[in-house]
Design a protein around this ligand. Structure first.
Ligand code: SF4
Length: 65
């Protein structure tokens, strides 16, 4: 199974929670908002925790067939 991880930049408030929880796949961009390093992953790992912890609900996880 593959997953697509996306962050809605309009929605992101730059709190940094996703970066703290899942630094291997999230970083803050020059604009102070979250950026996904690898948008397609085989294993969700901490991406799910990051999505669950986002206070604004900006991280979307989709399954790719
Ligand atoms: S947790 Fe959500 S609001 Fe905070 S930086 Fe990450 S994507 Fe943005």
């Amino acid at each position: 199974m593959r997953y697509k991880i996306t962050v809605d930049k309009e929605c992101c408030i730059g709190c940094g929670s996703c970066v703290t929880i899942c630094p291997e796949n999230f970083e803050l961009d020059e604009d102070g908002k979250s950026r996904v390093k690898n948008p397609e992953v085989e294993e969700l790992g901490c991406n799910q925790q990051a999505a669950d912890a986002c206070p604004a609900g900006c991280i979307k996880i989709e399954k790719i067939e």
